[in-house]
Design a protein around this ligand. Structure first.
Ligand SMILES: [Zn+2]
Length: 283
């Protein structure tokens, strides 16, 4: 999963890079104006040294592409690298990201983290964090923060690298909530259909296997009945919306993609992640 991030494969992540190149080549720079204008790191607030080039980082690689917050951020090289390495390693050992965040909260710039603190000092603080204690690093600059900054709320769950639930928007655009609502009102859903949608929307990460939904709604151990109901509902809904579903390699439509994005986790059953604009109606 080396090059996956936030549920996007490397091939998917390349799309926004190609779009940036295309815009620069055609001289259509308005969509890139934030990248051009922003002169400090969105994570550590470092204005940089003379001549220092910033990088950009996307949390959201879905088309239509956005080159500004909250999808894309100007960021310094140190914060960028640490952000991507924030996950525990394969053995479950945590990274030093929480300590780095403590450094940022005390007003430190990314590059100062290893300039100011020796490996021994950092290890000692990390041991305190591991023991559940709060560490307080020397205050370097005044930095008013709410605690809700995007870089303070990033997940540390390694599954977020590959799971579609980590995508802020689905890979392919879905209809807006009002369109879903209008068509669902027209379709006169059965109690089972409504219960399935409601159960799915309320689960963690809007993520469910058909077996989970069958147990949750139909008191059945077998996914087949839930599968049948959901498949038929999805077909009617996609047709009513005039929405073009994703297709299998053989060209056949995957009607359920109007409800959710599917993915195959390692060692678990196939999962469906309900798209946010539909989940918003039932959550
Ligand atoms: Zn930075």
């Amino acid at each position: 999963m080396g090059n996956f991030y936030n549920g996007y494969s490397w091939q998917q992540r390349e799309g926004i890079l190609r779009e940036e190149k295309r815009l620069r080549k055609t001289g259509d720079l308005e969509p890139l104006s934030y990248l051009v204008d922003k002169k400090s790191c969105e994570v550590c607030d470092d204005p940089g040294r003379a001549g220092q080039a910033f990088q950009w980082h996307s949390e959201d690689y879905s088309p239509p592409y956005s080159f500004r917050p909250p999808e894309t951020f100007i960021i310094c090289a140190v914060c960028h690298s640490r952000l991507h390495k924030r996950f525990p390693d394969a053995s479950g050992k945590p990274s030093d990201w929480p300590l780095f965040v403590a450094h940022l909260k005390s007003g430190g710039y990314g590059r100062e983290f290893t300039e100011l603190y020796s490996l021994e000092e950092r290890k000692a603080w990390l041991a305190q964090i591991k023991a559940g204690r709060t560490v307080s690093l020397p205050s370097l600059r005044e930095r008013p923060l709410t605690g809700k900054e995007w870089w303070q709320t990033l997940t540390l769950d390694p599954e977020s690298l590959i799971a579609p639930w980590a995508r802020p928007r689905p890979w392919l655009p879905r209809p807006p909530p009002q369109d879903y609502r209008a068509e669902l009102d027209q379709l006169q859903l059965t109690d089972d259909e409504i219960a399935l949608l409601r159960c799915h929307a309320g689960l963690e990460h809007r993520c469910a296997t058909m077996r989970q939904l069958a147990e949750c709604v139909l008191s059945s151990k077998s996914p087949s009945h839930a599968n049948l109901i959901y498949g038929k509902l999805a077909h009617r809904l996609a047709a009513a919306l005039g929405w073009e579903p994703e297709r299998r390699a053989d060209g056949s439509p995957i009607w359920r993609t109007v409800i959710a994005e599917g993915w195959q986790p390692v060692g678990r059953e196939f999962e469906w992640v309900m798209v946010p604009s539909l989940a918003a109606i039932y959550a």
